[in-house]
Every structure is written in structure tokens, then in C-alpha cells.
Design a protein around this ligand. Structure first.
Ligand SMILES: Cc1cc2nc3c(=O)[nH]c(=O)nc-3n(C[C@H](O)[C@H](O)[C@H](O)COP(=O)(O)OP(=O)(O)OC[C@H]3O[C@@H](n4cnc5c(N)ncnc54)[C@H](O)[C@@H]3O)c2cc1C
Ligand code: SF4
Length: 524
């Protein structure tokens, strides 16, 4: 990979590598605040960082995601060399295990914190089996499997709220003794306001460009020209200082309004008052423990502070435990699949291909086109757009959950297997049934109309001819037997039964027409 400026700088800073203990630092562990790197003396420590040419070719990753991962890793290597840690920078066309085998032999063995991604764990298994790689506890997580198990029944279904209550009690975060601050554990019901256009949506800070970042941007543009997405140097959070800048911005500009507008969606901003720190948390540029402590200590609206802490201490940790407990959803399959094959949960039997509109072809549905455009431009959109626009429409269209998951994995800068699979298979599409949610998150146009400004510019009217509403009814009709036993679907299914037969027939026709049109890459 093109790396002249980076390599020159690394050579200039790199200390003598002799007489050291060596760690392998994966792309998502760019921190020296936890694990062995936080305890070993810099002048006795060496790290191996690996740039894989194989990994980016596994999926059509968004260009900005590739640039973020690469520029973070390179800057981290430079930061470590500057503090006296010796750095081995390895570029490999093959697997991580192959790249590390000779490093481990040369250094007398490597240590790594348990990788969060299953894909990397599987890659490294041979090295572990050969005794060349020692795996130690990943110290970035806030909770343990024991806490998860203690909060849930022995078998699924698993529920986030029980887990969250348990860890709030265990950690004492936002607690007054035994009672939650403000009298309840969740202020979710306070946090459901549409955004009226003010306060103004904050724009993320523009970050300084440097030679290492510029080289990575050129490299990604040249080598991955056929990958989707736009590159943006201004939002390339690659250094420790960049992470601090973004976090300060999030605290000052986003947190005060995080709660009330958490579910609101707008064409004017892909994030509104969401913090956009997920990539930084997952690669450990920001530690979850630190952001939770910072927000708990703020002197601001409790509903906003609790809302944010629930995301990091609750949802993020819960998703990771579901990933671990299901072996990345593989243990849910009837037949135990090959470890290399993808998780295939599909409770609702959806098998249609993802329409080209998800890659940027115009669909004519303003909500879908707006959110897809945000994702193509930035590699990001906030939670409700992922759930109630993208997953909702894909689910109503019977799109294969696996294909949708792979799209999210490629297109979002914060998507790694441990977090994207539970979110899409478990939450967004109901592909794992009631494993972790009580019902499918599907809706007609009314929800999108109430919580967003998308409908104002749409060629359809949400109250008259919007196709999403008949798609919703047609979905209920197709899945009515599968959903019949679900108590939370009783009301919608009762409404379906009252819908006149000719309307239901028209809904089915509309489902076929919309599927056909979008499937052929045309706009409605
Ligand atoms: C269909 C679907 C797919 C998703 N895919 C991903 C994904 O690939 N990667 C990912 O990090 N999140 C995913 N999420 C969860 C959530 O949308 C993102 O974490 C969030 O939008 C990140 O933006 P933010 O940093 O502005 O979050 P904020 O709203 O500011 O929240 C703060 C932090 O809480 C954590 N968080 C919140 N919700 C979740 C959640 N459900 N799961 C895990 N962490 C959470 C994130 O680390 C986030 O940075 C998905 C959600 C859905 C519905
Ligand atoms: S009218 Fe329907 S398709 Fe158009 S933006 Fe609103 S919900 Fe989406």
C-alpha cells in the first residue's frame, strides 16, 4: 500500500526493537489506556500492526470506512513509536494469521486482547492453536458475561432492559443508593419529539488534514476506486487529538439535546443531536468507560444523560453479549455451519434481493433516498433512520436479512460483525424472531411522517398515496400466521382482519408492483 510519508515518519520515530515483549494490536484496539499496553513499560514493549489487503476485498466497504481504519492504525503506530514503543508495520495480501506467524516466531510469541470481531478471531485460531498467540481479556468492555447471564433466563429470549437495570445497579451509575436517579431507569418515553428545525442541528467539527491522512485518502481513492461512498478529509478522525475534538463537540453541542430529539429524523442532518462517536468507541479511540463517566458527571437534563448512557452501557454491551452467547448468531442455525460461512437467521423467510436504491439509485421514496444519500456521503446515519427507514422498508419488501446485513456492514463506518449482526438480524429485521426484541419494528408512512421532515419533499402524500402504508398491510397479511402467537402483534393483526378484502388485495398488488419496480432499479 502507498505509505511513503507514513513509513518515513515511522522510521524516524521507531526505537530499537531489541529486548522487548510483543503485542499484536488489531485495527479496533487503537488505545494504550487499557490492557497490556497500558501496563508494560514502553521501552520494553513492541507492537505489531497489520494492514491487510484481503480484508477490504471481502466486502464493498465504504471508502470513508477504509480511510478511517487505515489512518487510525497508522496514526496509532506513530503515536506509540513516539512514546518509545517499537512498532512493526506489516502489510499482507493474506490472512492475519499468516502475516503474524513469522512475527510471532521472530519475537518468541505474541499477545493480543481478545478481538471483538468474530471474523478476526476465526482468522487467528491457527496461531492460538500453534501456541504462537496468547489471547488475554479485552479490557474495553464495561460488563461481563456473568452479569448478562444473571440478568436473563438461561435460554433466550433476552431483553436489554433487564440487563441495563442490572448493570446500572452493579455499577452505581445514575443511581441514588438502590434507586435510579429521577425515580426510573429509563426516560425513553420522554425522548420521542420530532425536531421542529431548532435548536440548529450541530455540524461536526472540521478536523486538520496531515500528510498521513492525505496519503491514506489518495491510497483509498486509487486502490478502492470501485468501492461505494464519498471520501471526506474533514471528518477523518484519525488521531488521539481528533477523537478528543469530536468528543468535546459531542458533549457541548449534542448532549444537551440528545434526549428529546433522539428519535427525530431530518433531511437537514444525518445525525441531528446524536454524537457520531460509534466508530471511535469501537476502535477504542474513545473508551466506553470514559464517555459514560463524562456524561454521568454532566450537570444537564437527566433524560438526555440517561438516554445516552443507556445506549453505551445498555445497548452496546447487550449487543456484544448476544454476539458472544450465539457465536455470532451461528449457534441459532438448525445445522451448525462452517465457521467461515455467514450467519443465516431468517425467521420470516424473506429472500428477495436488496433493491439497487440502497446503493444510490433513485427510488422516488424521499425517506429512503434521503437516508441512502446521507450514508453514501458520510458512511453514517443515526439509529432511527437505520431502524425505521432502511430496515423497515427492506423488511416490508421481504429483502433477505443476510443481504441487508452485508449492506450495512459495508456501508457504515461503525459496522463490525459483533455489532452489525445483532442490530440487523436481531433488531432491524426480526430475522432471529423474538431472540432480543418483542416484535418486528415495522410501520407504515405515519411514523416516518410524524418523526421526520422527509414527506414534505416527497412525490407521495403520507396520508393518501404513500406506498409504504400498503406495503405495511401487505407485510402483516403475508406474515400473519408467523406472527399470530406474538402478543404485541395482536392489535395490528386485529386491524388487518377488519381491513376490507379488496383493500388487502390492492395491498398485495402494491407490494408486487413496488418490489418489481425497485427491484429493476427504477423509481416509483
Ligand atoms: C438496523 C440497524 C443497524 C445498526 N448497525 C450498527 C452498526 O453496524 N454499528 C453500530 O455501532 N451500531 C449500529 N446500530 C446501532 C445504532 O444505530 C448506532 O450505534 C448509532 O446510530 C451510532 O451513532 P452515534 O454514535 O451517533 O450514536 P448515539 O445515538 O450518539 O449513541 C451513542 C453510542 O451508543 C452506542 N449504541 C447506541 N445504540 C446501539 C446499538 N443498538 N448497538 C450498539 N451500540 C449502540 C453506540 O456506540 C453509539 O456511538 C444499528 C442500528 C440498527 C437499527
Ligand atoms: S410520503 Fe411515504 S415515501 Fe414519501 S417520505 Fe413520506 S413516508 Fe417516505
Amino acid at each position: 500500500m502507498s505509505s511513503g510519508a507514513f513509513r518515513r515518519e515511522l522510521e524516524r520515530r521507531n526505537p530499537d526493537p531489541r529486548g522487548r515483549r510483543w503485542l499484536f494490536v488489531p485495527y479496533d484496539q487503537t488505545t494504550d489506556a487499557i490492557g497490556p499496553l497500558s501496563r508494560w513499560q514502553p521501552d520494553e514493549t513492541g507492537i505489531v500492526v497489520v494492514e491487510s489487503l484481503r480484508k477490504p476485498s471481502l466486502r464493498p466497504y465504504h471508502k470513508q470506512k477504509l480511510a478511517l481504519i487505515l489512518s487510525n492504525l497508522r496514526h496509532f503506530a506513530l503515536e506509540q513509536a513516539a512514546r518509545g514503543v517499537a512498532v512493526r508495520h506489516v502489510v499482507t495480501p493474506g490472512s492475519y494469521a499468516d502475516a503474524l506467524r513469522s512475527e510471532a516466531a521472530r519475537t518468541g510469541g505474541l499477545t493480543v486482547m481478545r478481538p471483538a470481531e468474530r471474523e478476526l478471531r476465526v482468522d487467528l485460531e491457527p496461531l492460538v492453536a500453534e501456541g504462537l498467540l496468547e489471547v488475554v481479556l479485552h479490557e474495553g468492555w464495561l460488563t461481563t458475561g456473568t452479569q448478562f447471564d444473571a440478568s436473563q433466563g438461561a435460554e433466550p429470549p433476552w431483553r436489554m432492559d433487564a440487563f441495563y437495570r442490572r448493570v446500572r445497579r452493579d455499577t452505581g451509575i445514575l443511581m441514588d443508593g438502590d434507586r435510579p436517579e429521577g425515580g426510573k431507569f429509563s426516560f425513553d418515553t420522554h425522548n420521542r419529539k420530532p425536531w421542529p428545525g431548532e435548536p440548529a442541528a450541530p455540524a461536526p467539527p472540521a478536523l486538520p488534514l496531515d500528510p498521513v491522512k492525505a496519503e491514506v485518502l489518495d491510497l483509498v481513492e486509487a486502490r478502492f476506486a470501485d468501492h461505494p461512498g464519498d471520501l471526506d478529509g474533514d471528518s477523518l478522525t484519525a488521531t488521539r487529538d481528533d477523537a478528543e475534538t469530536v468528543w468535546r463537540w459531542a458533549i457541548e453541542e449534542c448532549l444537551p439535546w440528545f434526549g428529546p430529539y433522539e428519535d427525530a429524523m431530518s433531511a437537514a442532518s444525518e445525525g441531528l443531536f446524536h454524537t457520531r462517536i460509534s466508530f471511535l468507541l469501537h476502535v477504542h479511540r474513545l473508551l466506553p468507560s470514559r464517555v459514560v463517566a463524562d456524561v454521568a458527571a454532566l450537570d444537564s437534563d437527566l433524560a438526555s444523560r440517561e438516554g445516552f448512557i443507556r445506549q453505551v452501557l445498555g445497548w452496546r454491551e447487550f449487543m456484544r453479549h448476544v454476539h458472544e452467547r450465539t457465536d455470532g448468531f451461528r449457534s441459532l442455525s438448525a445445522e451448525r455451519p462452517d465457521p467461515e460461512t455467514a450467519a443465516d437467521s431468517n425467521a420470516l423467510g424473506a429472500a428477495r434481493p436488496l433493491p439497487p436504491a440502497f446503493w444510490g439509485t433513485e427510488s422516488g421514496l424521499a425517506c429512503l433516498d434521503t437516508v441512502v444519500d446521507q450514508v453514501v456521503r458520510t458512511g453514517y446515519s443515526h439509529h432511527i433512520t437505520r431502524l425505521m427507514v432502511l430496515s423497515n422498508i427492506a423488511t416490508l419488501l421481504d429483502v433477505s436479512p443476510r443481504e441487508l446485513t452485508d449492506w450495512f456492514w459495508a456501508m457504515y463506518t461503525d459496522a463490525f460483525d459483533w455489532v452489525v449482526e445483532p442490530n440487523v438480524l436481531g433488531m432491524g429485521t426480526f430475522a432471529a424472531g423474538d431472540l432480543m426484541t418483542t416484535k418486528p419494528y415495522v410501520s407504515g408512512a405515519a411514523y416516518i411522517h410524524r418523526m421526520s421532515d422527509y414527506c414534505a419533499t416527497c412525490r407521495f402524500d403520507p396520508k393518501k398515496d404513500c406506498p409504504i402504508t400498503p406495503l405495511y398491510w401487505a407485510f402483516l397479511d403475508r406474515k400473519r400466521e408467523q406472527l399470530a402467537g406474538n402478543p404485541r402483534m395482536r392489535l395490528p393483526l386485529a386491524s388487518l382482519r377488519k381491513r376490507p378484502a379488496e383493500r388487502r388485495e390492492a395491498d398485495r398488488g402494491e407490494f408486487e408492483r413496488v418490489s418489481r419496480t425497485l427491484g429493476s432499479g427504477k423509481a416509483l
